[in-house]
Design a protein around this ligand. Structure first.
Ligand code: APR
Length: 237
């Protein structure tokens, strides 16, 4: 049935969360087995408070995340979504992920609601550097002496206006919204699949655990991993 929806939909938006990258080797945040927030309080390491008052913990946390992101890579699921875009089956990817794996796999029109872990920005002069710098000795310092922070949205910060606007425009046109690997617990990101549904789109959620929007979905797939489901669906198209 979903194959028909994919073929018939004139505007399909894929919405992804951390569950999209676990098969690449990156942990997600809230799954019972491996979620990062199972062992760490996000406020202590990934917030504006941590950036200004807990800097060592902040740097250690993002060094660990950057190391993981650079060591891993997109998996077949990311490549299938990029292929569906090339074939006109998907028009946009709205992601909460900061790993850039959709773009690396060949997707375009990727809207990053929570920024990108691939770039660092100086708090003082706004100069930007590649994330690899964080792994070097003294890598948190800008040439001007300022402190470098990753260009991700921290807890306590608002999401980039331009991304929010683009996501809204995509969901307004969506006839089909595929949610892949998100618990849909974090707002305002979790408002976008809801927006698509309210605008008349069909909503499909592929997630190993229950999500906040399962009750709204036209179909919930919770017994297969995202990579497997994308492979199967692609074969049946
Ligand atoms: N296949 C299917 N589902 C999976 C897979 C997989 N291979 N791997 C993980 N999942 C599911 C988990 O069961 C979990 O419910 O993906 C979901 C990921 O949910 P979260 O860990 O909450 O991640 P996400 O929804 O992206 O979190 C949103 O919270 O901490 C912030 O900024 C961070 O962007 C993140 C936001």
């Amino acid at each position: 049935m979903i194959q028909e929806w994919l073929r018939e939909s004139k505007h399909t938006v894929v919405f992804t969360g951390a569950g999209m990258s676990t098969e690449s080797g990156l942990p997600d945040f809230r799954s019972a087995s491996q979620g990062i927030w199972r062992g760490i309080d996000p406020a202590a390491c990934a917030s504006t408070y941590a950036l200004h008052h807990n800097r060592d913990v902040f740097v250690d946390f993002y060094r660990m995340r950057i190391k993981g992101m650079l060591a891993c890579q997109p998996h077949v699921g990311h490549r299938i979504i990029a292929d569906w875009q090339r074939r006109g089956l998907v028009q946009a990817v709205v992601t909460q992920n900061v790993d850039g794996y959709h773009q690396q796999a060949g997707s375009d029109n990727v809207i990053e609601l929570h920024g990108s872990l691939h770039t660092l920005r100086c708090l003082r002069c706004e100069q930007r550097y590649p994330a690899e710098r964080y792994l070097l000795e003294g890598g948190t310092q800008c040439e001007c002496g300022g402190f470098l922070r990753p260009e991700v949205v921290l807890f306590g910060e608002s999401l980039p206006e331009a991304a929010l606007l683009r996501a809204e425009q995509e969901m307004a046109q969506a006839e089909l919204c595929l949610v892949l690997g998100s618990s849909l617990q974090v707002s305002p990101a979790n408002l976008y699949p809801r927006m698509a549904k309210e605008n008349g789109a069909k909503l499909v959620i592929v997630n190993m655990e229950a999500t906040e929007l399962d009750y709204l979905a036209d179909q919930v797939i919770c017994d297969r991993k995202i990579g497997e489901w994308l492979l199967e669906t692609d074969k049946a198209l």
